[in-house]
Design a protein around this ligand. Structure first.
Ligand SMILES: [Zn+2]
Length: 247
């Protein structure tokens, strides 16, 4: 089964290069995008890869101090602009469960939610360094995805999710990060989540600035270098959002 991949941008902000490429000298501004992906097949099946960040007002209210988009773009409204009723989305596949990827879960009330078992375990009992990234804020009610826990299905390792959609483990940014491989008319695209934040991580073979397990990241890189893709679409790279769709 082939899909078309629609990147859905939720705004950008300026970050320093060392946040995006590990240990690069500070001082270069880079544009950092936020977003998720909508997959559509020819029969109208609708799947999301990640579900985006909270709105900017919610970010401020609940005290997210880091990496908030500068524009207040609502992910669910953006999905509607693609002619899609969020209630018709049948599945959300999470690359990982950080707050900027796994919010808005209850706006997709009929979706089965897929994540790696290792990621779910890490996300409910994060290391101190990961608590805010996973949405444990004093002002918040905890990670939003947890309130939809009944709809989750955990997967283990490299598996086919549906015909035309596979996941492979690519840890490094988080313990249970997975990349989503999507069949399209033009070949297989990889949606890497945050283990690839921007093209430069691949071009320079350097991980993103927030990579707690650098050794695992390089193992993920060696694994992925053996595979061939029509394209790799990092969700934090503004370039990803310059096309209306892929495939
Ligand atoms: Zn992210």
């Amino acid at each position: 089964m082939n899909y078309k991949i629609y990147p859905i941008n939720q705004g950008t902000r300026i970050m320093d290069i060392h946040d995006v490429v590990y240990r690069q000298p500070v001082g270069e501004d880079v544009s950092f995008a936020y977003g998720a992906f909508l997959l559509k097949d020819a029969k109208g099946k609708l799947i999301m890869v990640d579900s985006g960040a909270p709105s900017l007002s919610e970010v401020r209210e609940k005290g997210y101090p880091l990496r908030t988009p500068d524009e207040d773009i609502d992910m669910v409204e953006e999905v509607r602009k693609h002619g899609v009723d969020p209630a018709e989305v049948s599945m959300i596949i999470y690359t990982h469960l950080h707050w900027d990827h796994a919010w808005n879960t209850n706006s997709f009330p009929n979706a089965t939610l897929i994540a790696q078992a290792a990621e779910m375990a890490a996300a409910i009992n994060p290391m101190k360094i990961g608590r805010k990234s996973y949405g444990f804020m004093e002002e918040s009610n905890g990670p939003e995805w947890l309130h939809s826990i009944m709809r989750f299905q955990a997967v283990n390792g490299d598996v086919e999710i549906l015909p035309g959609i596979r996941v492979i483990m690519t840890p490094g940014h988080t313990i249970g990060s997975q990349s989503v491989l999507v069949d399209t008319e033009k070949g297989v695209y990889m949606l890497p989540g945050d283990w690839i934040m921007c093209d430069r991580n691949l071009d320079m073979e350097l991980p993103g600035g927030s990579t707690p397990d650098v050794a695992a990241w390089y193992q993920s890189l060696e694994k992925v270098k053996k595979l061939e893709f029509a394209g790799i679409l990092p969700c934090h790279d503004p370039k990803t959002y310059t096309e209306m769709y892929y495939g």
